[in-house]
Design a protein around this ligand. Structure first.
Ligand code: ZN
Length: 246
């Protein structure tokens, strides 16, 4: 099966349209590691895209909090302001759908889908030192996760952890082949708010029959997404960071 794997859409429909166009014809089933909403100005469009496109979506922390299913106290001021705006903006149907998303990790064939760490949905996995206890405590061969908005991941051979980088700026894709003798934690990157220094929208294509994994980036109309954020009265920082990819 050829999967399109996306994460951290964050209400950015310009980025989503570019991802959809870039991935056209390359997948049979789509999966999402969560955070459909929050930060961006098009939460309803992102939820509706995910509803019609993805066969499985695990909830992200923003999905939980922007749909009224949790406390906003532990968000920073701009995330909190965006969450309150999103809560008011979502249609009742989209809010109910978002609030009911299942908690990860979810099982797909022999792999898993999680928002943060497969051990805890709210825990960030950015460093090899943070990946190690996951590799040693659960014997999962392959986990796709999001939450950090950093494309790439880690491979573990039972001893050493090797980092898998995103494609460098100027290159569209980084292709790796999943080795059944190793374990992997793979982040497809963020569609709607990348934070790894590359402002292009990020996603992954994974073919479970051949083991081919592609981490791909695609440019999109950042200016248009920024204009909508400003027009919605959301914090300027949320517009500015899209151009920086931070
Ligand atoms: Zn996120």
């Amino acid at each position: 099966m050829r999967y399109l794997i996306v994460s951290d859409l964050h209400g950015n429909s310009e980025a989503l349209a570019a991802v959809e166009e870039s991935a056209r014809g390359a997948w049979d089933d789509a999966l999402c590691c969560g955070d459909l909403v929050g930060y961006g100005a098009d939460p309803n469009a992102a939820v509706e895209w995910a509803r019609r496109t993805c066969s499985l979506i695990v909830r992200g922390n923003h999905d939980r909090l922007c749909s009224g299913a949790g406390h906003l106290d532990w968000f920073n001021p701009s995330a909190r302001q965006a969450a309150e705006w999103t809560l008011a903006e979502l249609t009742p149907e989209n809010r109910a759908f978002t609030a009911a998303l299942p908690r990860g990790p979810a099982v797909v064939e022999a792999f898993r889908l999680a928002h943060g760490s497969p051990l805890d949905e709210d825990t960030y996995v950015s460093l090899a030192a943070e990946a190690r206890p996951i590799f040693t405590n659960c014997g999962l061969p392959l986990v796709f996760f999001g939450h950090t908005h950093q494309q790439g991941g880690f491979a573990f051979d039972g001893e050493r952890i090797v980092e898998i980088p995103p494609p460098p700026p100027g290159r569209e894709a980084n292709v790796i082949w999943i080795d059944p003798a190793r374990r992997y934690l793979i982040n497809p990157g963020s569609v709607g708010q990348p934070r790894d220094g590359d402002p292009r929208a990020a996603f992954a294509l994974y073919d479970s029959s051949s083991g081919r994994l592609e981490l791909r980036r695609v440019p999109y109309s950042i200016g248009q997404a920024q204009e909508k954020i400003r027009a919605a009265g959301l914090p300027e920082r949320l517009a500015a960071r899209l151009a920086a990819g931070r």
